[in-house]
Each structure stands twice: as structure tokens, then as C-alpha cells.
Design a protein around this ligand. Structure first.
Ligand SMILES: Nc1nc2c(c(=O)[nH]1)N[C@H]1C(S)=C(S)[C@@H](COP(=O)(O)OP(=O)(O)OC[C@H]3O[C@@H](n4cnc5c(=O)[nH]c(N)nc54)[C@H](O)[C@@H]3O)O[C@H]1N2
Ligand SMILES: Nc1nc2c(c(=O)[nH]1)N[C@H]1C(S)=C(S)[C@@H](COP(=O)(O)OP(=O)(O)OC[C@H]3O[C@@H](n4cnc5c(=O)[nH]c(N)nc54)[C@H](O)[C@@H]3O)O[C@H]1N2
Ligand code: SF4
Ligand SMILES: [Mo]
Length: 750
């Protein structure tokens, strides 16, 4: 190796769910270069500024390289790994012995690889024995996941690859600002329009994404449910229902139809602020071509009725025959790097690996067998993310947190911060000293994307391999090593390997036969094939009659590329599902399953194969405006910062582009307040008060202000947000709450 130029390692970006491909080259002087990787079809070499600058966070200038422990005088001081791990293990066992296992909480993240998410879920259930585990994905796409599962029997972000988008006829993008949140994906929508297709964007703001649209609908925040019902009403009234499709492939239409017919276009116009002619135009554009899609992101999902709202958009697809057909369908644009895989392998409160339900006895038996434990020893479902954070310091006394920064990103953040401070003990694994890590009793510095291998599952349901490209700095260890060392100290010596591929081999077996079946996927395949779409069961040689893993009924094996039906044997004991070491499994396999880029083309993953309409009606947001709080606040993202900003705020170029929070407001509202561009504005809600400079733009509704949530401190948007939860998904209402605005004397306050 010495003297040779280092070869570039093909890998993927650490940030968002697009999981852009990139090449990394580590130079002798320790710097890391990003270069174009054109063979990955999603971004074909293109990267946004965050991906391009991601290696800067690898530098030990900005990251943690030693464990930290809280000293007697209350400060965090450097400590050795043994001391730090011993402290955590001692606290966890003491709390467990005193208060029982459910006094131990675990909080994970959708940025963690599949291997980490899997190991964390197993650690909580097997080592700690606690039911109290959830993760930040609950704040992300849980409403879309719940709605997708209800309607289709299966939740996978997009049921088709992004490359289908340019070939469909019309896309309605609901509450996605992908020009800022996934910039390289804009190409697919540009190509759609070049091919004669149309784009409709639904967003209360005229975003960079909305600027690309043929039609921009700007509803009042929190009224997407009414909007979707109004569109469905018009579809019925104008005779555009695909009756044959509804008859052959769906159930529940009569009830859904009746609910939609109760929402008159004029009434929908009053609720949403979208005019009846615009509603009609949207229906015309959506129904005219042969194929069309609806894609949702956080706008309609992060609401206290997000599940019903997504359900209403799915209804629109079903009534018009636009799901489970080529180039048509409903999809959710997932958010974090492993937003999809992170919700499949067991860090969610109610889930076991393979997207299995923790309450399903067969699922418990299967996973318990892989884990070598008694099914009865597995705890039941625990609290959802916000409810878990809210219980800190009371029922939950100790928390292990990996891959999230809730001090900045959780709703009603001042309260969450106070709850974190009230814990008996907080341990945080992170790459940097995040605002949450600052509150910890022990902080463990961990390795990052480029320093360790692991898999992620992108918004397309494509499982990808991130490869280790360089060694980590001295003093840091991987999350898997942390879990291994803690398990060992807590008396579980086996079952927590530190090698990611070994963890993946176990994950394959644990997921086998589940809805998200990864058993046919190996690291080798991922390296050779540029990713594999799940479900991808391990094939068997003599399957004449096979049982579909997700569909649950016997089907004849079709060519899987053209079929939604993933194939696994009728007997649950596939080689990969048994306890045989996976190495011998792959040797025994005659051929491989190609993976499933497109779902539902033959049937949906429900018991009867039909998609289910949901009968939903509009209801107001948990908090509406009144005299005291007359303006709506919505929140979201800017292109140059990522999430809580823990990583991107440490990159100079990104900070220069997006140095701090702001309050986006309409000139009319600004004039009423007497505020000029850049003036500090106080935004006050029932939860608290935040101050940030005014950014005036005619692109936002006059009744709404927008704040990005990437910063802590005075301008923290989440000081204001409402933790009202969706009853099904337990998603907090990040996208709408009532506020009042006050000018703050003197610019220095901002
Ligand atoms: N630059 C950047 N990119 C990211 C991230 C990041 O933090 N920064 N995070 C990643 C993650 S985890 C996620 S989840 C995705 C999120 O990706 P997006 O969902 O695209 O991001 P947001 O900005 O949260 O919300 C999208 C849009 O919803 C609009 N909106 C607000 N309220 C409503 C409403 O009531 N109805 C409708 N229809 N729209 C509304 C906002 O104005 C905003 O433009 O981005 C991923 N990519
Ligand atoms: N107001 C408002 N709030 C929101 C949203 C909104 O739209 N509006 N969106 C919500 C959404 S969609 C999301 S996804 C959340 C995200 O919010 P957070 O959960 O806070 O997400 P991140 O900022 O990505 O935090 C990840 C943390 O893990 C660290 N980290 C990165 N990689 C690793 C790793 O491999 N191992 C470990 N141990 N640590 C790692 C990072 O340094 C960082 O500190 O925010 C939610 N909050
Ligand atoms: S779009 Fe997402 S995956 Fe692609 S470079 Fe930017 S942050 Fe990374
Ligand atoms: Mo997210």
C-alpha cells in the first residue's frame, strides 16, 4: 500500500434519504476528498452542499475523540473508555434493580445504519429487558407509514424507483420542498416536465420547489385533509372515478366516497384558501394522463391528523386507479439517511426486525429464536418518542441515546430539555458534542459513516452498502462496539458482534419471512448490484407453490421484476430463517431473488389483496388561531443545514450559507407589525418564546409564518411547537401551531 495513491471508495452520503452515491479518497495528510460517483442512478454524481462537505465533520477539529464523564463539579471531563462504559453499566443495572427494566429508556435515530438500529432494538429488549425504546423517526414519516400500512398492507417509502417519475403523467407533491431537502432529485421532476408531464406542488409557501410547478396550491397549514377530500369530491362529481379499478382492486369505497361528498368544493375553499377553479384545475391535471402519482413529505404528515391526511391522498389515488399500476402510485419521501430501514428493524416502540409487530405471537417466536431467548421474555410495545421524552425523570429514570439531538429537534423543546435534565442518568453516543450530549452524564464518541461499513435503506426501499473508506481517529469506537461492551458488562456476552456484516447476517435471518424481508441480501450483492430493493427473500430451489411473504396467500412465482409478489417458501423454516450460520446459507442457495423495485402491481399486501379506502373527515389542527395567538407557525428546513444542525453547523461553508434562524413572513403581516427585513421578531406560542430576524417574502401566506428548526438557543423553533400527537402514528404537530408576533426593540436582541 505504501507509496500507492489511495483508491477511491464508492459509498453514500451520511445525510438524507436520497443516499446519493459518492467516491471518497483519503489522502496521506488525513484529508478526505469527495469525487463524483456517476454509476449510482439516483444522483449520477450530483451532490448538494451538505453531501459535498460531509467529510469536514470527520475532522477531529470539530468532533469528539474521547469519552466524557460528568465530574464532581458538574463539568464534562475526558475519561478512558473503561471508566465511561463501567459508569453507564453500573447506572443502568442500579436503576433496573431499583425500579425495574421499564425505568430504562432507549432513544435511537433514523440516521443509524440498519445494523445499528437492529442491534439497538435487540439491546433494549434482550439486555435491558425494557419496552421503553423509540426513535426520532417517529417525528419523521410515521404518519405516512401508518397510512400506507392501513391502505396497502405494507409501508415502503416509494413503491417504485425514482426513475419512474419522468415517465408518469402528473405528480402532486404535497408538502415537500425537495429542491432544498433533496436537491439532486429535482432532476426527475424536470425530466417529467420535459416529457410533457405536469407537476403540482401543495405548500403554504412558494418554495424553490413550488417555483418549478405547473400549478402551486398554497393551503392554510393543517388543511391538507380538507384539500384532498375536496379533490376527491370533484373526481366523483366530474365522473372521473375508475369504477372498474375500484371494483377489482379496492375495498371500502362507498364509505370513503360518502365522506368525500360531504366536503363541498366551496367549503374546502373556505377551509384551505385554495380557490375552486384551482381545485378543478388540479383534478383535471391529475386525471388527464394515463398514469399519475401523489408524493407526500413532512408538510401533510407532521400534523395531529397526519395519518388521516395521508389516507385521504391515498384515497384520491385509489379512486382514480392510480396505485399498484405501472408509473402510478402513492409514495412518501422519507427523510433521514436510513429513515426507511431505521423503521424496519426494531428500534421503534412496537416493532421487531423485518417490520414485524411486537404484539404478533408468531413474530415474537421467530425473532426470539434468532436471538436465542424465550419469546415470553420479550417486552411489549413501549411509549412513542414524544411520550417517552415526556416521561423522563418520572417513570423513566435513565436514558441511553444514540443518533438524535432532541434538545433542538423535539417539539416543545424547552420542556423536553427540562425532562432530560431531570433524569437520574443520561448516556449519549454521538460524533460531536450536540446540545443533548452537553446534558449527559457520560458521552461516548463514535465513528461515522466513512469510518465504518453498514447498510442503509433509501427512500426507494433500496438497501445500500456504505463502505468504510478510512480509519477512525484514535479514541473513538463504533456504536456496535459500544453495545457489545455494554452488553458484556451487563452479563450478555454473546449476540452483539462488532463486525457490521456479522450483524447484517443475523438481521437477514431475523427479517426472513417478515414484511421487510432482507434474507436474500448480502454485503457482496450490495457491493456488486448498486443496492437491492426489499422485499428480497432468500430463494429456495424447489418452490412450486410459494407463499408470498407480504401477501400471505399462495401465488405462483412470477418474474419478480414485473411482479409485486415477493416469493418465499410456504414453510417458514427457510434456510435463512433457521439458526444455521448465514455463511453456509448463501453457499446452499441455487440462485438469487432479484429484489422488488416495484410493489403492488399484481395485488396489494392486504389479506384479500385489495387496497383499503379509509373514510376520513376534515378536522381542525390541535391549535387554531384566536385573538391572543392570531398567526399560524409552520416549520421546516433550509438547504444548507441538516436537522438539529449538530453536524452541519460545524461546517464553515454551510454556516456561511445559512448562519442562523429566521422568521419568514409576508410583507402585509410585516407592515402590520411595523417590522423591516432583518428586524428581530419575537414569536410567542403557548409553549414559549423564540426570537429571530424577520425575512420578508411575498411567497408565504399572509396568515402564516415559517421558521427553520436547525438551531438551538433563542431562535429555536421547537421552543414554540405543539406536541399534540396523531392518535395512530403518535406524530407531533410540527407543522402547525398558533403564535403571536412582537417586534423587539433594538437589533442587538436578534
Ligand atoms: N437541507 C436539508 N435536507 C434535508 C433535511 C434537513 O434537515 N435539511 N432533513 C431530511 C429529513 S429527516 C426529512 S424528514 C426531509 C424533509 O423534507 P421536506 O418534507 O421537503 O421538508 P420540510 O421543510 O420539513 O417540509 C416541506 C414543506 O412543507 C411545507 N409545509 C408546512 N406546513 C404545511 C402544511 O400544513 N401542508 C403542506 N402541504 N405543506 C406544509 C413547508 O412550507 C415546507 O416547504 O428532508 C431531508 N433532507
Ligand atoms: N420544528 C420541527 N422539528 C422537527 C422537524 C420539523 O420539520 N420541524 N422534523 C423532525 C424530523 S423529520 C426529524 S427526522 C428530526 C431529526 O432531528 P434529530 O433527531 O435531532 O436529528 P439529527 O440532528 O440528525 O441528530 C442526529 C444526531 O446523531 C449524531 N449522529 C450522526 N450519525 C451518528 C451515528 O452513526 N451514531 C451516533 N451515535 N450518532 C450519530 C449527530 O451528530 C446528531 O447529533 O427532527 C424533527 N424535528
Ligand atoms: S441530497 Fe441528501 S444524500 Fe444527496 S448529497 Fe445532499 S444530503 Fe446527501
Ligand atoms: Mo425526518
Amino acid at each position: 500500500m505504501e507509496g500507492m495513491p489511495n483508491a477511491a471508495t464508492p459509498t453514500h452520503c451520511p445525510y438524507c434519504a436520497l443516499q446519493c452515491g459518492m467516491n471518497l479518497t483519503a489522502a496521506a495528510d488525513g484529508t478526505v476528498e469527495v469525487s463524483e460517483r456517476t454509476d449510482f442512478p439516483v444522483n449520477r454524481g450530483a451532490l448538494c452542499g451538505k453531501g459535498r462537505t460531509a467529510p469536514e465533520v470527520l475532522s477531529s477539529r470539530v468532533r469528539l475523540t474521547s469519552p466524557l464523564v460528568r465530574s464532581a463539579d458538574g463539568t464534562l471531563v475526558a475519561a478512558g473508555w473503561d471508566e465511561a462504559l463501567d459508569r453507564i453499566a453500573a447506572h443502568l443495572s442500579r436503576v433496573r434493580d431499583t425500579y425495574g427494566p421499564d425505568a430504562l429508556g432507549v432513544f435511537g435515530g433514523g440516521g443509524l445504519t440498519n445494523e445499528k438500529a437492529y442491534a439497538l432494538g435487540k439491546f433494549a429488549r434482550v439486555v435491558l429487558g425494557t419496552s421503553q425504546i423509540d426513535y426520532n423517526g417517529r417525528f419523521c414519516m410515521s404518519s405516512a407509514a401508518a397510512a400506507g400500512t392501513k391502505a396497502f398492507g405494507l409501508d415502503r417509502g416509494l413503491p417504485f424507483p425514482l426513475e419512474d417519475i419522468p415517465r408518469t403523467g402528473c405528480v402532486i407533491l404535497v408538502g415537500s420542498n425537495l429542491a432544498e431537502t433533496m436537491p439532486p432529485s429535482l432532476r426527475f421532476f424536470r425530466e417529467l416536465r420535459e416529457n410533457g408531464g405536469t407537476l403540482i406542488v401543495v405548500d403554504p409557501r412558494r418554495t424553490r420547489t413550488a417555483e418549478q410547478a405547473d400549478l402551486h396550491l398554497a393551503p392554510r397549514p393543517g388543511t391538507d385533509l380538507a384539500l384532498a377530500l375536496g379533490l376527491l369530491h370533484l373526481v366523483v362529481a366530474e365522473g372521473r372515478v375508475d369504477e372498474e379499478y375500484v371494483r377489482e382492486r379496492t375495498s371500502g369505497w362507498e364509505e370513503a366516497r360518502a365522506a368525500a361528498m360531504a366536503h363541498w368544493p366551496e367549503q374546502v375553499e373556505r377551509l384551505t384558501g385554495v380557490s375552486v377553479p384551482d381545485l378543478r384545475e388540479a383534478v383535471r391535471m391529475f386525471c388527464a394522463p394515463e398514469a399519475a402519482m401523489v408524493l407526500t413529505a413532512r408538510g401533510p404528515e407532521q400534523q395531529s391528523k397526519g395519518t388521516d391526511t395521508v389516507g385521504a391522498w391515498i384515497n384520491l389515488c385509489l379512486a382514480t386507479g392510480r396505485a399498484g399500476r405501472p408509473l402510478s402510485g402513492y409514495g412518501c419521501l422519507t427523510g433521514q439517511g436510513n429513515g426507511q430501514g431505521g423503521r424496519e428493524h426494531g428500534q421503534k416502540a412496537d416493532q421487531l426486525p423485518g417490520y414485524r409487530k411486537l404484539t404478533d405471537p408468531a413474530a415474537r417466536r421467530h425473532v426470539a429464536e434468532v436471538w436465542g431467548v424465550d419469546p415470553d421474555s420479550l417486552p411489549g410495545p413501549g411509549r412513542s418518542a414524544y411520550e417517552l421524552l415526556d416521561a423522563l425523570g418520572t417513570d423513566v429514570r435513565s436514558l441511553l441515546l444514540m443518533g438524535s439531538n432532541p434538545v433542538v429537534s423535539a417539539p416543545r423543546a424547552a420542556h423536553v430539555e427540562e425532562r432530560l435534565r431531570s433524569l437520574d442518568f443520561l448516556a449519549v453516543c454521538d460524533v460531536v458534542l450536540s446540545e443533548t450530549a452537553e446534558l449527559a452524564d457520560v458521552v461516548l464518541p463514535v465513528t461515522q459513516w466513512a469510518e465504518e461499513s453498514g447498510t442503509t435503506t433509501s427512500l426507494e426501499g433500496r438497501v445500500l452498502l456504505r463502505r468504510r473508506a478510512l480509519p477512525p481517529p484514535d479514541g473513538v469506537r463504533s456504536d456496535l462496539e459500544v453495545l457489545h461492551a455494554l452488553a458484556d458488562r451487563l452479563g450478555v456476552e454473546k449476540g452483539f458482534p462488532v463486525d457490521p456484516e456479522e450483524v447484517f447476517e443475523e438481521l437477514r435471518r431475523a427479517s426472513a419471512g417478515g414484511p421487510a424481508d432482507y434474507s436474500g441480501i448480502t454485503y457482496r450483492r450490495l457491493a456488486e448490484e448498486n443496492g437491492v430493493f426489499w422485499p428480497c427473500p432468500a430463494p429456495v430451489s424447489s418452490a412450486t407453490s410459494v407463499m408470498s411473504a407480504t401477501l400471505g396467500t399462495p401465488v405462483t412465482p412470477a418474474t419478480p421484476a414485473a411482479s409485486a409478489a415477493p416469493v418465499t417458501p410456504a414453510t417458514p423454516a427457510t434456510p435463512a430463517a433457521s439458526a444455521t450460520p448465514a455463511a453456509s446459507v448463501s453457499a446452499a442457495l441455487p440462485d438469487v431473488h432479484p429484489g422488488t423495485p416495484r410493489l403492488f402491481l399484481d395485488r396489494f399486501a392486504t389479506d384479500d389483496g385489495r387496497a383499503r379506502f379509509v373514510a376520513v373527515s376534515h378536522r381542525p389542527a390541535a391549535e387554531e388561531t384566536d385573538e391572543e395567538y392570531p398567526v399560524l407557525l409552520t416549520t421546516g428546513r433550509v438547504v444548507a443545514q441538516y436537522q438539529s444542525g449538530a453536524q452541519t453547523r460545524r461546517v464553515e461553508e454551510l454556516n456561511a450559507a445559512a448562519p442562523g434562524p429566521f422568521v419568514e413572513l409576508h410583507p402585509r403581516l410585516a407592515a402590520r407589525l411595523g417590522a423591516a427585513e432583518g428586524d428581530p421578531l419575537a414569536v410567542v406560542s403557548r409553549r414559549g418564546r423564540a426570537v429571530a430576524p424577520a425575512r420578508i417574502t411575498a411567497g408565504i401566506r399572509p396568515d402564516t409564518v415559517f421558521m427553520p428548526f436547525h438551531w438551538p438557543g433563542e431562535g429555536r423553533a421547537n421552543t414554540l411547537t405543539n406536541p399534540a400527537l396523531d392518535p395512530t402514528s403518535r406524530m407531533p404537530e410540527f407543522k402547525v401551531c398558533a403564535v403571536r408576533l412582537e417586534t423587539v426593540g433594538g437589533r442587538e436582541t436578534g
